[in-house]
Design a protein around this ligand. Structure first.
Ligand SMILES: Nc1ncnc2c1ncn2[C@@H]1O[C@H](COP(=O)(O)OP(=O)(O)OP(=O)(O)O)[C@@H](O)[C@H]1O
Ligand SMILES: [Mg+2]
Length: 476
C-alpha cells in the first residue's frame, strides 16, 4: 500500500534526512514541517496515514501535539522520536496513544521497519473498520463477523437457507461460531418471531434430557406430580437448536430420529403421540463420520440432520478476519469495562495475526478481553495481551507483511520481533528486575538495557503485573 506520512521536527536536518529515507526507500509520500501548529492544520486535511513526530519542540511539546492529533483523528498512527536518554517521555507518549517510538540517533533500517509495520497495519485496520461498517449494514447478522471469502460464502448461504424449513447441521471446531450461525439462521427465517430454543445435549443426563425434550405426563416417574411441556412443544412454530448433538445417547438418537422422520414424539410416560412443527438446527464439534465409524452415532440420524451442512473454518483458516474480530471485541470489552482504548498497536496486531488459536474465535475474544482489563493506555499493546508463557506462534507463522520486504529488512524485522518477545518474557519472568533477567539470559546487563531501549521496553511495565495464574483463573 502506498500512503502518506507527515514528519514533524524542529530540526531541519532531521526533516531532510527522514524525507530522503522515505522517498528513497519506500513507496510512500512524505511531507515535512518544523511547526507543530502547521502540523495540526495538515492533519485536519485527513490525508495522512502516519505521523512521525519529535517529542521536544519549542512551540508545542510533542506530547501535546500527540494529544491534539489523537483528538482530531483517533485512528491516525503516530510514532514519536526521542533523544537517547529521555525514554520516560517516550513511554508517556505510548500511554497517550503513540503506537511506537524511535530513539535518536536511529539506524535507517530501524525507521524503515517501523514505517512498514505501521503502514501495513494502518491500512488493515482502516480497511477493516470500513468493512465492518459495510458489513453491519450488508449482512445484518448482528455479531457474526467476517470478511474473508469463506465467511462471505457462509453469509450468503445463511441468507439462502434461512427462509427454508430444511434441517441444518453445523459442524466445525470449538469456538468457531456455530451457535452464532444457528441464531442467524433463526433470525432470518420465517419463524423469526417464534422462539429459538437451545438444548445442550452434553450437559444433561439422559433420562432428564428425554423429559426436557419431550415433556412428561403426571405420574411418569417419582416427582412427576404434574404434566410438563417439553422443549419440543415450547419451540412449536420456531427453531429448536440441538447443540453438541454428537454427545446424544443412543436411545435418544433413536427417539430424535423418529421425531425428524415422522414429525412425532411421545412425552415420557404418555401413550398418545404429538405432532411437532419445528425447524431443527444441530451443531457439533465432533466429526460425525468418525463417530459413525466407531458405532457411536446413528448413520440414518446423520443423514436426516445433514440435509444442509455448514462447515465453519477454524480461525487459522481465516486469519484475514483477525483484525476485524479484534476490533469488534475491543469495542465490546471497552464498553463493558468503561475504558477508552481506541486502537490496537501495530505490533500487538502483528502478534495476534500470527498466533496459534486452538480455541478459535472464543480464544481471541478472551485474549482481547483480558488485554482490555489490563491495558493502562489508549492503545492495546503487546504486553497487555499477556500471553501465556508457553503460548506458541502458529507453526511456521510469519508476519504477513514480511515477504514484501527484502531479505535483509525481513531478517531485521524478525530479529526485532524476536528481541521484543524474548525480552518481554524474560522481564515478565523476573518481575522487571533487569540484573536478574540478564543473569538468567546469560548476557551483560548493559547489553540487555540496550536491547530494551531498542525494543521500546521499560521495566516499569513489569513491576505490578499479576502473574499468569491469576490471569488464567480470571479467564474461565
Ligand atoms: N464470526 C464471528 N464473529 C464474531 N464473533 C464470533 C464469531 N465466531 C465466534 N464468535 C464469538 O466466539 C465465541 C464462541 O462462539 P460460539 O459459541 O458460537 O462457538 P461454537 O462453535 O458454538 O463453539 P463450541 O463448539 O465450543 O460450542 C462467542 O463469544 C462468539 O460471539
Ligand atoms: Mg457452541
Amino acid at each position: 500500500m502506498k500512503g502518506a506520512i507527515l514528519v514533524v521536527d524542529d530540526e531541519r536536518d532531521m526533516l531532510l534526512l527522514l524525507e530522503r529515507i522515505i522517498t528513497e526507500d519506500t513507496a510512500h509520500k512524505v511531507e515535512t514541517t518544523a511547526d507543530p501548529l502547521d502540523a495540526l492544520e495538515k492533519v485536519k486535511t485527513g490525508v495522512y496515514d502516519m505521523v512521525i513526530s519529535d517529542l521536544k519542540m519549542p512551540k508545542m511539546d510533542g506530547i501535546r501535539l500527540l494529544e491534539s492529533i489523537k483528538a482530531l483523528d483517533p485512528t491516525l498512527s503516530v510514532v514519536v522520536m526521542t533523544a537517547f536518554g529521555t525514554i520516560e517521555t517516550a513511554v508517556e507518549a505510548t500511554r497517550k496513544g503513540a503506537c511506537d517510538y524511535i530513539t535518536k540517533p536511529f539506524r535507517r533500517e530501524r525507521i524503515l521497519v517501523t514505517i512498514e509495520n505501521v503502514m501495513s497495519f494502518q491500512s488493515v485496520t482502516r480497511e477493516n473498520r470500513a468493512l465492518r461498517e459495510a458489513l453491519g449494514k450488508q449482512n445484518g447478522f448482528a455479531s457474526l463477523l467476517g470478511a474473508t471469502p469463506v465467511m462471505r460464502d457462509i453469509f450468503s448461504r445463511i441468507r439462502q437457507v434461512a427462509p427454508t424449513q430444511g434441517t441444518v447441521l453445523i459442524t466445525g471446531p470449538s469456538g468457531t461460531g456455530k451457535e452464532l450461525v444457528a441464531k442467524a439462521l433463526h433470525a432470518y427465517s420465517r419463524q423469526k418471531d417464534s422462539r429459538f430454543i437451545t438444548i445442550n445435549c452434553t450437559a444433561i443426563p439422559e433420562n432428564v434430557l428425554e423429559s426436557e425434550l419431550f415433556g412428561h405426563v403426571k405420574g411418569a416417574f417419582t416427582g412427576a406430580w404434574k404434566d410438563k411441556r417439553g422443549l419440543v412443544e415450547e419451540a412449536h412454530g420456531g427453531t429448536l437448536f440441538l447443540d453438541e448433538i454428537g454427545d446424544l445417547s443412543p436411545i435418544l438418537q433413536t427417539k430424535l430420529l423418529r421425531l425428524l422422520q415422522e414429525g412425532e414424539y411421545r412425552p415420557v410416560g404418555g401413550n398418545a403421540t404429538r405432532k411437532a412443527d419445528i425447524r431443527f438446527i444441530a451443531a457439533t464439534n465432533r466429526v460425525l463420520k468418525q463417530e459413525i465409524a466407531r458405532g457411536r452415532f446413528r448413520e440414518d440420524l446423520y443423514y436426516r440432520l445433514n440435509v444442509i451442512n455448514f462447515q465453519l473454518p477454524s480461525l487459522a483458516e481465516r486469519r484475514g478476519d483477525i483484525p476485524l474480530l479484534s476490533y469488534h471485541f475491543l469495542k465490546k470489552y471497552t464498553g463493558i469495562n468503561g475504558k477508552q482504548i481506541g486502537e490496537i498497536c501495530p505490533l500487538a496486531m502483528q502478534r495476534l495475526m500470527t498466533l496459534d488459536y486452538p480455541g478459535n474465535v472464543r480464544e481471541l475474544e478472551n485474549i482481547i478481553e483480558r488485554g482490555v482489563i489490563f491495558c493502562r493506555a489508549e492503545s492495546l499493546m503487546i504486553k497487555d495481551l499477556f500471553l501465556d508463557r508457553e503460548r506458541s506462534e502458529a507453526p511456521g507463522a510469519f508476519p504477513p507483511t514480511l515477504n514484501q520486504l527484502s531479505f535483509k529488512d525481513a531478517r531485521d524485522q524478525m530479529i526485532s520481533i524476536f528481541h521484543r518477545q524474548y525480552i518481554d518474557r524474560l522481564l515478565r519472568d523476573n518481575d522487571g528486575n533487569v540484573s536478574r533477567a540478564a543473569q538468567k539470559a546469560g548476557i551483560q546487563r548493559q547489553y540487555l538495557h540496550r536491547l530494551m531501549k531498542e525494543s521500546g521496553i521499560v521495566t516499569d511495565d513489569y513491576k505490578d503485573l499479576p502473574d499468569d495464574e491469576t490471569v488464567r483463573a480470571d479467564r474461565d
